[in-house]
Design a binder for this molecule. Sequence first.
Ligand code: 4AD
Ligand code: MG
Length: 436
Amino acid sequence: MSKTTWIKTIEVLSGKKLDATINIRGWIYRTRSSGNIVFMTIRDITGVLQATVKKGNLPDNEFEDAKKALIESSIELKGTIKEDKRAPGGYELQVTNIHVVNFAEPFPIVKDQSPEFLLDQRHLWIRSRKLASILKIRSTLVGAIHQFFRERGFYEFDAPILQPSQCEGGSTLFEVKYYNDKTYLSQSWQLYAEAGIFSLEKIYNMGPTFRAEKSKTSRHLSEFWMAEMEAAWMDLYDIVEIGKDEIRFILKQVLKNNKNELELLNQDYNKLKQISESDFPTITYTEALKILNEKENMNIKWGKDLRTLEENKLADHFKTPVVVTHYPVEIMAFYKPRDKKDPKTALCFDMIAPEGYGEIIGGSQRSLDIKDMTERLEAMGEKVENYEWYFDLRKFGSVPHAGYGLGVERTVAWICGIDNIKDTIPFPRTLLRFRP
Ligand code: 4AD
Ligand code: MG
């Protein structure tokens, strides 16, 4: 194929190369014809460019093709670059050749369609500039997480997706037929990571995670990606600091790589920059209740979990993410240990994003107390024999250790400033949807 120019680089080239002949390729984003002229906007992954197709400047059959081609037709163009202050980017292409690679049928997506319709048309909608911008930011975030952990000496470690038992409560397990038996889709990498640290000490992973969430919210997906870390010889306070560093690192990478995308999404660059350079506060659950009950006039009893409403009210008191530690043991997963200094609380934390984006990280130190974990699993009605292998890890050179999981989609939603978590993943799966 002929050598083509990315639309974004035209602005850079043009200063020197005005009137140069270039080839571009992409898709028709907008098109309008009047008489002997067709005005098109062409998009490629880097941007949009105005192209003017004038009868007489190109072979007649090509001009007819240009007139016929509907939006989303794929297209190759040749022409000269001219300055045009009114055009997006400040330049336009005056077309001398056009090759329609595929004449698109009438595109089903037009302006102002319902979210449900757009989800039905997801395979086509992901090419929208909004979704493409979010997906670029997601890609930066994923790359940043790998870089963050690798630079700090963590190894990537994989756990099975098919797992015999729960990690985060039986009620959200997805069951899978496994030959003549049954198994479940992973709710977390964690339990296997706790085996992995005795081999690799500091490990991380980013992988698909499944939860049969029975409620429809703008924060929950049935299939999402979690970025988890686990490390030997670390305690709660060590990993809280790593979590804060990770978020700041992600923000800095997005600010460096995705200025255009943030602008397209109307996200405030300077606000994010400030957060990326800030310290994030750490408070206890008990202190959080004090804020809610005294400053927000709520009446939350000690022992109740913080729901979306409470998390949002709490977040209103902070400009940055806030870490909340020491939740009541009773409402925590079986592996979260009691704090010996205050045994009704657990050595655990959540990081809550600003502006109502909710919990983006959850983690804890890990219990080393087989008896306590056995009792808590039994109380949940779990088959304790499924966890024998996990208890072995406490019998053969056990060490203090801790880890956390970051919700990729919630973090992307917060950074992009978008309402719904569904738009942070190409093909969302929710209570009501697993198609297309
Ligand atoms: O707080 P969670 O449930 O923690 C765990 O699963 C631990 N085993 C992780 C660990 O310690 N290795 O989930 C971690 C994060 C949450 O803070 C949230 O951001 C995200 O995963 N998350 C979801 N994101 C989208 N949809 C859902 N249904 C989610 N459930 C949790
Ligand atoms: Mg949690």
